[in-house]
Write a protein that binds this ligand. Structure first.
Ligand SMILES: C[S@@+](CC[C@H](N)C(=O)[O-])C[C@H]1O[C@@H](n2cnc3c(N)ncnc32)[C@H](O)[C@@H]1O
Length: 228
């Protein structure tokens, strides 16, 4: 796992070279949005990047706190969110933040938790949810079965077709490619079996699904009776 200082530096660089185009995470936003609780008052986006999902949350929640390690990500997120005054963007390391228990109706995290230890982060997010709240995670996973490899083979041509249809090109800019490649050199993703084992321990009843574009989702509803 990359040290926090390296992750921060990588994403400060990536923020400056990435455009606003479609990516694999955005593809699953509608799926995640279906799980937001009705009458959501407070939502948290962990690792919000440039704020694309935080702005979608803001249309469905009275208040949104959106945190990211990277100052550059937060600067751009603020620039793009002029019409969303209900989003409170903060440059914050999740693991350094002592979140008051039962603060949020909804907690989302996209392509971020693989930078952290699931054993540390899942109980922390569980405790930060209000009873009746929902945790929704979308993240990358490491292939571990023949089915995973076959899914990846199917995803490759579809990925190119989607990029062409959504962004008008298949390749990203050379600067963006180099920044992502440097970041990815030491990135590690958990296999879904490890995610499920961690959920069994900390989030019983969580639904973990594999998706086509190298992502898994984790949806967990904290029961109304559940208190920390
Ligand atoms: C791959 S980006 C995803 C950004 C955004 N969620 C999206 O879907 O576009 C991962 C983000 O997580 C942030 N991040 C990584 N570790 C973090 C931590 N400990 N606390 C807060 N943010 C973190 C990074 O700075 C980066 O912006």
């Amino acid at each position: 796992m990359n040290p926090t200082s390296q992750v921060r530096a990588d994403f400060d660089r990536i923020a400056l070279v990435s455009g606003e185009g479609w990516n694999h995470n955005d593809h699953y936003h509608p799926y995640l949005l279906k799980h937001i609780p009705h009458n959501c008052q407070t939502a948290l986006d962990v690792g919000c990047g440039t704020g694309t999902f935080a702005r979608l949350l803001a249309a469905r929640s009275q208040q949104v706190v959106a945190i990211d390690l990277s100052m550059e990500m937060i600067r751009i997120a603020r620039e793009r969110s002029g019409d969303c005054p209900q989003i409170d963007y903060r440059v914050t390391d999740l693991m350094e933040w002592d979140i008051p228990n039962e603060s949020f109706d909804c907690i989302a995290s996209i392509a971020t938790l693989h930078h952290l230890s699931l054993e540390s982060v899942l109980p922390k997010l569980r405790d930060a949810l209000k009873p009746g709240g929902v945790l929704m995670v979308l993240d990358l996973y490491r292939a571990e079965t023949v089915g995973d490899v076959l899914r990846s083979l199917v995803a490759m041509p579809l990925n190119a077709a989607y990029k062409w249809a959504k962004a008008g090109r298949v390749r990203q800019s050379e600067e963006a490619r180099q920044a992502w490649e440097a970041h990815g050199a030491n990135d590690v993703y958990p296999p879904v079996s490890a995610v499920r084992a961690c959920c069994d321990q900390f989030l019983p009843g969580a639904v973990v699904c594999k998706h086509l574009f190298w992502r898994y989702s984790l949806i967990w509803h904290k029961s109304l009776a559940q208190s920390d």
